[in-house]
Design a protein around this ligand. Structure first.
Ligand code: ARG
Length: 483
């Protein structure tokens, strides 16, 4: 005798099967213990579908009312933890549908009219990801604001700028922070761009070929907020593509990977800068840990982990893109494997952004209205490092060019001057004028204006340059952009 459609002993989908699935296969194929986090999207999608079915006269108004009533209860059960998720019911979709049918009877069984789990799951993942992208956008704004606060405070602080990790030219610490603001601004742009393609409706594609019911797909898209910036509904235009491609998840993960790479670069710098050899900055103790054996240690665990987790997210990108590459049209079960990497990418990125905003910018103290406990900077250590590295050598070359020397000759002359300074263990600015004149007679007293770190810094007063005046202009521009 056949069991009821959703009875535990039979499969959820059919009377066709002559033997039950083995426990191992059930565990292998079921996704409910990770895809249950799509439950809100699943219910929203079902409600929009049911509302449309009723308005199109495909189900009755009573069915629709029953479905809504059932979903209200299911929502409460899930939120309170009372909902019993069953491995036997494979995934979030079948679990919710089965419970609905238990609660409201035949109306629950009619919900799936004109729909397949294939277009259902594609819709759910898109709805879920859309709301996560919106959270990520907010977190990216907060991180940029934290960096802007630090940049503003330290616009005049001089840091050696590096190429090849060798001291190159003096730069403003604020300017250095603004480089990261640019990166995270582009990450936010990429997220906004991806969002447009995530926010399209697969429902109505059914299993793969579309459906013979007169569904109103535009209407469902509008109900679910899948609209463009002009408010027009965004609907996937080919049923085979709608149910099968996960390129939206891949491009999101690519954008997330780039964002993590930017965080990883920042992490690497924080780790270097807080080492004893640099001593440029400190981060608050709550972001560091001690060593179980070496009592003097304060380890930058948070930036190190962020650098490590970047590999994990990039790995998810590789996983997802490989998942897609061999799949024939249309839906294949392979696609169930999109969820764990996607979920973990979102979780990792959100946690990392949150923690970095606080680590960089500090935490708001409600008593003072000020942020406290962000990174603290040691300007003396930074300046000393810039001085040790002959960071103004280019400025001396530029000075000679202004006196009429061709740049290549000036470059060579300065190399000799640096060699002499190294031999005397002094900075270029500490060489007496008489000594400097030996390298080129056109050098005058005013050379000391350009040989100082500050002179060098303020001289680069060009769009995109490091002069503190430019740094302040950029900060203003970013602040206006972010409000
Ligand atoms: N759990 C499945 C997934 O995540 C839902 C779609 C299943 N469809 C199917 N025909 N087996 O992709």
């Amino acid at each position: 005798m056949r069991q009821n459609q959703f009875d535990k002993k039979s499969q959820a989908w059919s009377a066709l099967f002559s033997e039950p699935m083995s426990d191992l296969v059930k565990r292998y194929t079921s996704s409910v213990f990770f895809d249950k986090r799509l439950w809100q999207a699943d219910i929203s999608g079902s409600l929009a579908h049911a509302e449309m079915l009723a308005d199109q006269g495909i189900i009755s108004a009573q069915d629709r009312a029953d479905i809504e009533r059932g979903m209200v209860q299911i929502k409460q059960e899930i939120e309170s933890g009372a909902f019993v998720w069953q491995l036997d019911l494979e995934d979030v979709h079948l679990n919710i549908e089965a419970r609905l049918t238990q609660l409201v009877g035949d109306a629950g069984k009619r919900l799936h009219t004109g729909r397949s789990r294939n277009d259902q799951v594609a819709t759910d993942v898109r709805l879920w990801l859309r709301s996560e992208i919106d959270l990520i956008a907010t977190l990216l704004t907060e991180l940029q604001q934290a960096l802007l606060d630090v940049a503003e405070k330290h616009a005049e602080v001089i840091l050696p700028g590096f190429t090849h990790l060798q001291v190159a030219q003096p730069i403003s610490f604020g300017h250095h922070m603004l480089a990261y603001v640019e990166m995270f601004a582009r990450d936010a742009e990429r997220m906004a761009d991806v969002r447009q393609r995530v926010n399209r409706l697969p429902l109505g594609a059914a299993a793969l070929a579309g459906t013979s019911y007169p569904l109103d797909r535009d209407r469902v898209a509008s109900t679910l907020g899948m609209v463009n910036d002009k408010g027009q509904p965004q609907v996937c235009q080919n049923s085979l593509d709608a149910v099968s491609d996960r390129d939206f998840a891949i491009e999101f993960t690519a954008a997330a990977s780039l964002c993590m790479v930017h965080i990883s670069r920042l992490s690497e710098e924080l780790i270097l800068w807080m080492s004893q050899n640099f001593g440029f900055i400190k981060i608050a103790d709550r972001f560091t840990t001690g060593s179980s054996i070496m009592p003097q240690k304060k380890n930058p665990d948070v930036p190190e982990l962020a650098r490590g987790k970047t590999g994990r997210v990039v790995g998810h990108l590789m996983g997802l893109i490989t998942l897609m590459k061999g799949q024939p049209l249309a839906y294949n079960k392979d696609n169930q494997e999109d969820k764990e990497p996607l979920f973990d990418t979102v979780d990792t990125l959100k946690d990392t952004l949150r923690i970095f905003a606080e680590m960089v910018g500090g935490q708001l103290n409600p008593a003072t209205g000020q942020k406290e406990g962000g990174i603290s900077v040691n300007p003396q250590a930074m300046e000393q490092a810039a001085l040790r590295g002959y960071a103004t050598a280019t400025d001396l070359a530029d000075y000679l060019v202004k006196k009429g020397l061709p740049f290549r000759d000036a470059h060579e002359t300065v190399a000799h001057a640096v060699k002499a300074a190294i031999a005397h263990q002094v900075d270029l600015s500490e060489l007496p004028l008489a000594v400097l004149k030996e390298f080129n007679p056109s050098i005058e007293k005013d050379v000391f204006d350009v040989l100082s770190l500050r002179g060098s810094l303020h001289a680069r007063d060009i769009l995109g340059g490091t002069a503190p005046r430019q740094v302040r202009l950029q900060i203003e521009r970013h602040r206006a952009r972010l409000t």
